[in-house]
Design a binder for this molecule. Structure first.
Ligand code: 5CA
Ligand code: ZN
Length: 416
């Protein structure tokens, strides 16, 4: 699938060497993520993409902005980045929405993917290098499934639907990403589309890898007969085929910690024989009306709604970046009003005739972002520089351009 158009990055400035540190859900600590200084290899990042049945809401946008910062910090460190993102364009909620609205599921998906891409472009999110839909990826998913089949790691359950399941079988390493105990896993599995109580399964946590064709559902031919793939295997197969094994970062919102990312890791390891990811990073949930913002519940504010109300996309970006990626927070329209004032201040300062040295502020912003993406505090550093610049009596040579380039390149906020 064609992704969106990336904004141009300003020329990279010389920076102090360093590394990006993030909270790894598996390690339960802030640790270096990506190549270490002097290690000459690209960073690899897979971020779980949208299920395209409704418009991008601010929770999705917050998640993709979090990983956009990761991408930008790595590039600022001089690291090449390989970024892959999927689109779950065949899934139960998408088929249900298509059925309810009388729209062909393919048209619903295509329209929502186009809307997502235009939202990402407006928010100046760097486009992934690989942006594969599941329907485009069936051959590579089938390759992964064939390995699982020939190595007897999947089985067919004996009722007349004959779906295929990944055999959990108490695998070593399962649980190291999410740290949940058995009861918690079972509950979370049931809450996120799993079927722990389905009769005929060998273990409640066995996950569907191939759903045999049903009447009125799309299906494809495969080595396991006609049907469609299971969610976790899709992401594991797309990640491994686009980026290889041992990727630096598997990312998504915290609602994907279990079962999705635990299952991706165990299934990816099962068909490659190698560890799936070095780090698992999760963005917090954005709430609205006392609950997680979600398409299924309908409590959401969409990016396209705000753009339709003439919000400046850079103000939307700033409203989201003002929250650290690790603590859940609730959306309030006042965040957009505050961000609009902040954007006005920054614009005024970079277009003013006076300024103070940007060097210390730029170094502080870099340190804050490298140390667990403290974008919320980095924005305050730029506020202070802007206020001081507007009150200054002289113009510090180059400072206003340097600050505009930093905001653009590292934070993705175009203020020129
Ligand atoms: N297609 C799957 C991933 S393979 C999926 O979860 N799609 S989604 O459309 O439901 O979500 C897309 C991304 O947005 C996921 O990373 C999800 O964790 C994140 N997300 C969903 N709701 C929120 C929210 N309220 N706040 C923050 N991130 C969210
Ligand atoms: Zn995924």
């Amino acid at each position: 699938m064609q992704s969106w158009k990336s904004p141009a990055l300003p020329g990279r400035q010389d920076t102090a060497p360093g590394e990006l540190r993030l909270y790894d859900t598996a390690v339960q600590a802030v640790v270096p993520v990506g190549p270490s200084p002097g290690e000459n290899r690209p960073a690899t990042m897979y971020v779980c993409g949208i299920t395209p049945y409704d418009a991008t809401h601010l929770g999705h946008a917050f998640t993709y902005l979090t990983f956009d910062l990761v991408n930008r910090v790595w590039r600022d460190l001089g690291v090449d980045v390989r970024y892959s993102q999927n689109v779950t364009d065949i899934d139960d909620p998408l088929l249900e929405r298509a059925g309810l609205t009388g729209v062909d599921w393919r048209d619903l998906a295509a329209n929502q993917i186009a809307l997502f891409a235009s939202d990402m472009e407006a928010l100046r999110v760097l486009a992934p290098d690989s942006f594969l839909t599941v329907t485009e990826s069936l051959p590579l998913i089938e390759d992964a499934m064939s390995v699982l089949h020939s190595t007897h790691q999947i089985y067919q359950i004996g009722d007349d639907t004959a779906d295929w399941y990944f055999s959990f079988d108490g695998r070593p390493g399962f649980g190291r990403e999410s740290h949940l105990d058995g009861d918690q896993m079972r509950a979370s599995f049931a809450d996120h589309g799993g079927d722990p109580d389905r009769p005929g399964k060998r273990h409640p946590l066995d996950a569907l890898v191939w759903r045999q064709a049903r009447d009125n559902e799309p299906w494809w031919e495969s080595v396991l007969g006609p049907g469609r793939p299971g969610w976790h295997l899709e992401c594991a197969a797309i990640a491994c085929s686009t980026l290889g094994t041992g990727i630096d970062l598997q990312g998504g919102g915290s609602d994907l910690i279990f079962p999705h990312h635990e299952m991706c890791a165990i299934q990816g390891q099962a068909f490659t024989g190698l560890p799936f990811a070095r780090a698992f990073v999760h963005s917090s949930m954005v709430w609205l009306d006392g609950e997680k913002m979600s398409k299924s519940k309908g409590n959401l504010v969409t990016v396209s709604d705000l753009l339709g109300q003439r919000a400046d996309p850079m103000a939307i970006r700033l409203a989201l970046l003002g929250h650290h990626y690790r603590a859940d927070w609730q959306w309030h329209p006042e965040f957009l009003a505050q961000a609009t004032r902040r954007l006005d201040l920054w614009r005024e300062a970079v277009h003013a005739v006076t300024s103070v040295d940007a060097g210390p502020a730029i170094a502080a912003v870099r340190d804050l972002l490298r140390d667990d993406l403290r974008a919320d505090r980095a924005l305050e550093v730029i506020d202070a520089w802007a206020v001081a610049s507007l009150a200054a009596e002289e113009d510090h040579p180059g400072a206003r351009q340097q600050m505009a380039d930093l905001a653009d390149g590292l934070l993705g906020v175009g203020i020129a």
